[in-house]
Design a protein around this ligand. Structure first.
Ligand code: GDP
Ligand code: MG
Length: 988
């Protein structure tokens, strides 16, 4: 397998175990009533629903629970655990579930009673979170599963109500990046899991970047697998700092070595942890480490480690600094309370200034409960996380929760609910937004006085107070369930979602009714009546909602006009572009419908899959998989494994009969202006087309300008990295513009070139002018665009845009998606509703854009990957020469593990690192006794050359080399290569 670079596949064969595990969740109400009886013990018992009475709670006829809705906002934690593949995320998640009382419990017939009480195990396929069959079989997490709420009382706050934690487990495999994207989109904080033998790995870095992109500032680092030989705390922390993830990973614990281990890292292991705040030793006893035994520690290492921790905290936190000053003692560091330190760590973690670091071994049940404590003690509630994102300026299209400060303001004044102005809506709705924002001033929008000024300053930006009564939710995942149909995972950003709410999907513009409201628990769900602000739940019964859609209340609440702005768009989930594809054909004519339905559902549940009709002709309808031309449908995805899983799902989950072709690389089409000569101007096509459609003569026209984006110019991911600009009229500043997000940027990048009117046109200037003037007078009020008489401007805009996007998905050369283009459609001409129905306009615009792209110099672009190859030093030479000569790649950099020591241009490591005697071998990085030197080669290589690269690499490195890759971008190919590709695609 091309991308299975990790050692994981080696273990796959031993995991060909597929047990149908039935999972039981704890109804939240039960868990909560159990709280008064003491936290964990009772819950663990409660959660083994063995008696018939208990089982009834899990059937759909059980009384509905509304308890989670009553959880105070400050007690909610929406978190995600992530790391590189095999770091132990799933194992840790299962342990967290176990200790909060929600572990997988296999049916009696499969597991013995003794076994079923233990946490799920990835190696035997009994986990709660890896619940798809393919995941269990392959031992990897594919679909991130949200689980929660898990109830937990932190050791530090026994008097507080239990926190309600919702955990989203994410996969580490690069093919499933979309799962990470959507999990991190809705998480407020993260547990970063690191394999302490490996240190920072490719996906640790990759996911960290995704988290930052979504504005996640609060992370807790868990150094896992400290039981393994070669594990090193110091090396992990150093790589964390030097690879630029964060400058302040602060150790809150020290490891306890097993007695008689001799203290060398090779056979080190970990018997427990020392809590630097309380100066206690924590050992984890019982079969699954469920009893935490705390005893005062006398380790001499506590002194320097704790002192260093306090110094780091105080240097960043004035409150703690003042507290230290106010302590009347010779040694304030010694006397400061654990509680003061916790509060300081919380402040700094929520502000993103430190990353509290914990130690353990998930597999050996060491250090798991402190992770739960840290989630409660240090990670933000939905209200606190919102503030964080605002500060980062990640507000584009995002609706945030509101900060504690803002809520203080709200409480202090009147009880007026408020919608504040902060986030920008996604650009494709930009124009609609502007209009609605203007309309909203006399509409049902509620604005707090203190925010009114800010809101007015930027009419495009809205921010939602998590305590606002009007409903807004983001759908962040859709899962197909054989029994229940599509299940839509949502996070509520404000208001209350109840079972009876009628929803309005602002992204698709449709109403949605839900049939049931559930709390997610792996593959088992608990029915509830309501979800409040900040909570995560699952909706059944939604028909059209996809990942990234925004849902609001379709009806004014309580008869009052308190409905959320119907054009509100929360920041959607970013979807990475697919680079591999397969052909899909129905087995026979009679299977066609079922196959098409299954494919549509597959794509709805996984937006990183993409569906295209194989036909390249102007179909007119603009549908992504319209039936014109051939029957062949192309399914594209992130990698071979991704498509393999999709294939499995079509067969096993949807039970349809389809022939799937071999996996091949997906290309793009763009424009090479050089083909029209040096310094070619943007290409313009201006024309009116007539055609027969549905037995009628239809007619429309427009002016289309096409230009390739500059090298460093960014397109809008929502439009396949193109910039799309639609103006019904001819001049800027008119109403009704649709621009993609980067338009403003592109205007500045290009300067003001003026109107490139020199292109192809069969209208003369006089005709154009006459058209403008003639139509202006006759245009209905509120629509001053040219030629739109009698046609609703909104639907016209939509059909123009759908014509453009239809063309974007199928380029003129080989029906590959277009990329890196700036497409402007202006001066749209219509000839009354009879001659220019919206559908016809869309189809004609599609033809015009297509013609413009072809004439502008269409060119195939191929995916180029950034490849990270890890190998032992001795094999480096061979790998490098193979990459540069046979694979046509360019080397970007070569890193030697020991090189960090030289450290001159590296980031300085200014955090406490425990000495080697503490049981890890990393103090002298690169000098691990017995370990071989690792070399990392980073190169840019065309994806076509990487098919089957893993076996090639194995051969070159005696089986020791591994690699990961991610898409760097698409590169225009040479004439010769283009011919070759078009031949391969059957286009010449
Ligand atoms: P994920 O890919 O991050 O979800 O990792 P998994 O939880 O699936 O774990 C990958 C492998 O590492 C499995 O074989 C686990 O049993 C193993 N593993 C997880 N945690 C530990 C640990 O603390 N120590 C050791 N020695 N192995 C672990
Ligand atoms: Mg996993």
């Amino acid at each position: 397998m091309l991308q299975r670079a990790s050692a994981r596949h080696a273990a796959t064969s031993s995991r060909q175990l597929s047990i149908a595990v039935s999972l039981r969740a704890c109804p939240a109400g039960m868990a909560r009533s159990a709280q008064s009886l003491g936290p964990r013990m009772t819950m663990t018992k409660t959660l083994q629903p063995r008696s018939p009475a208990m089982r009834r709670c899990f059937s759909s006829s059980a009384p509905l629970l509304s308890t989670p809705h009553e959880v105070p906002l400050s007690a909610i934690r929406n978190i995600s655990a992530w790391g590189h593949i095999d770091a132990g995320k799933t194992t840790l998640t299962e342990r967290l579930l176990y200790h909060t009382g929600g572990q997988a419990s296999a049916p009696d017939s499969v597991h013995s009673a003794a076994n079923s009480a233990l946490p799920g195990d990835v190696d035997s396929g009994s986990t709660v979170t890896d619940y798809l069959e393919q995941e269990r079989e392959r031992g990897i997490t594919i679909q991130s599963a949200a689980v929660g709420p898990l109830w937990w009382k932190s050791q530090s706050s026994k008097d507080n109500p239990s926190a309600a934690i919702t955990l989203v487990d994410t996969p580490g495999h690069i093919d499933f990046t979309i799962e990470v994207e959507r999990a991190l989109r809705v998480a407020d904080g993260c547990i970063v899991v690191m394999d302490s033998v490996e240190g920072v790995e490719a996906q640790t870095e990759g996911n960290w970047k995704i988290g930052s992109r979504y504005g996640i500032k609060s992370n807790v680092l868990f150094l896992n697998k400290l039981d393994r030989p070669g594990a090193s705390i110091a090396r992990c922390l150093r790589s964390f700092v030097q690879r630029g993830l964060h400058a302040r990973p602060l150790l809150l614990q020290l490891p306890i070595l097993p007695s008689g281990s001799g203290g060398t890292e090779i056979d080190g292991g970990i018997a427990g942890v020392i809590d630097l705040l309380t100066k206690e030793e924590l050992r984890f006893e019982g079969r699954a480490g469920e009893q935490v035994v705390r005893t005062p520690s006398s380790s001499p290492e506590i002194g320097p480690a704790r002192h260093s921790l306090i110094e780091s905290l105080a240097s960043l936190d004035e409150v703690l600094m003042e507290e230290l000053f106010s302590i009347e003692s010779d040694d304030p560091h010694q006397s400061i309370s654990a509680q003061s330190l916790r509060q300081s760590i919380r402040r700094l973690t929520i502000a993103g200034k430190i990353v509290p670091t914990l130690l353990g071994s998930a597999a050996k049940h060491v250090g798991v409960q402190p992770v739960l404590d840290a989630v409660v003690d240090y990670l933000p509630s939905p209200g606190e996380a919102g503030d964080v994102r605002d500060e980062l300026g990640m507000g584009k299209g995002t609706v945030h929760g509101t900060s504690e400060r803002a809520r203080e303001v709200g409480r202090g004044g009147s009880r007026k609910p408020k919608v504040q102005g902060k986030a920008t809506p996604p650009s494709k709705e930009a124009s609609e937004k502007k209009e609605s924002a203007a309309a909203a001033s006399d509409g049902p929008r509620l604005t707090g006085e203190d925010d009114a000024v800010a809101a007015a300053e930027d009419a495009n930006r809205v921010s939602i107070n998590v305590q606002d009564p009007t409903l807004s939710c983001l759908a962040f995942k859709v899962v197909w369930d054989k029994r229940r149909g599509p299940m839509t995972f949502v996070r509520v950003y404000s208001g209350t979602l109840s079972r009876t709410t009628t929803l309005f999907n602002t992204s698709t513009g449709t109403r949605e009714r839900l049939s049931r409201l559930l709390l997610p628990f792996g593959s088992t769900y608990t029915e509830v009546e309501k979800l409040g602000g900040g909570q995560v739940g699952v909706l059944l019964g939604l028909k059209d909602t996809r990942t990234g859609d925004t849902l609001v209340d379709a009806r004014p609440a309580g008869g009052k006009a308190a409905t959320m702005d119907p054009t509100l768009r929360l920041r959607p989930v970013d979807v990475p572009p697919p680079v591999f594809s397969v052909s899909v054909d129905a087995h026979s004519k009679s299977d066609e419908e079922a196959v098409n339905e299954a494919l549509a559902m597959l794509v709805r549940t996984d937006p990183s899959l993409r569906l295209d009709s194989g036909s390249g002709d102007d179909a007119g309808g603009g549908s992504a998989f319209g039936a014109a031309g051939t029957n062949q449908t192309i399914l594209s995805g992130m990698g071979e494994l991704h498509l393999d899983i999709a294939k499995d799902r079509l067969k096993n989950e949807f039970g349809v009969k389809a022939r799937i072709g071999g996996v091949r690389v997906a290309f793009r089409e763009t424009v090479d202006e050089q083909l029209r000569g040096v310094n070619a101007e943007p290409h313009v096509v201006e024309d009116v087309l007539e055609r027969d459609m549905g037995g009628k003569r239809v007619k429309a026209g427009a002016r289309v300008t096409v230009q390739a984006l500059a090298e460093n110019e960014e397109g809008d991911p929502a439009y396949g990295d193109n910039i799309v600009e639609v103006r019904l009229g001819g001049e800027e500043g008119q109403k009704g513009n649709i621009e993609s997000r980067s338009e403003a940027k592109s205007r500045t990048a290009r300067g003001n070139k003026g109107d490139p009117a020199s292109g192809v046109s069969n209208l003369n200037a006089e005709q154009r002018q006459a058209r403008r003037e003639g139509s202006k007078g006759a245009t209905p009020a509120g629509s001053d665009e040219t030629g739109t008489v009698g046609i609703d401007a909104d639907s016209l805009r939509r059909s123009v845009l759908s014509g453009v996007t239809a063309c974007l998905s199928r380029g003129p050369l080989a029906s590959q998606p277009l990329t890196k283009l700036h497409i402007r459609v202006t001066d749209v001409q219509t000839f009354g509703p009879e001659q220019s129905p919206p559908r016809a306009v869309g189809a004609i615009i599609q033809s015009l854009v297509r013609r413009a792209v072809r004439e502008a110099g269409a060119r195939i672009a191929e995916p180029v990957m950034r490849v990270r190859i890890e190998t032992e030093e001795g094999h480096m030479g061979r790998v490098v020469s193979d990459v540069t000569t046979d694979q046509g790649g360019d080397i970007v950099e070569v890193e030697h593990e020991g090189a960090a020591q030289e450290g001159t241009e590296r980031r300085p490591v200014d955090v406490y690192l425990p000495p080697e005697s503490q049981g890890e071998g990393g103090e002298a990085e690169g000098a691990i006794p017995g370990a071989r030197q690792k070399t990392t080669i980073v190169a840019l290589v065309p994806l076509t050359k990487l098919v089957s690269y893993s076996s090639r690499l194995r051969a070159l490195t005696a089986g020791t080399g591994t690699f990961t890759m991610r898409l760097e971008g698409f590169r225009k190919v040479s004439d010769e290569r283009q011919k070759q590709i078009l031949e391969e695609l059957g286009r010449v």
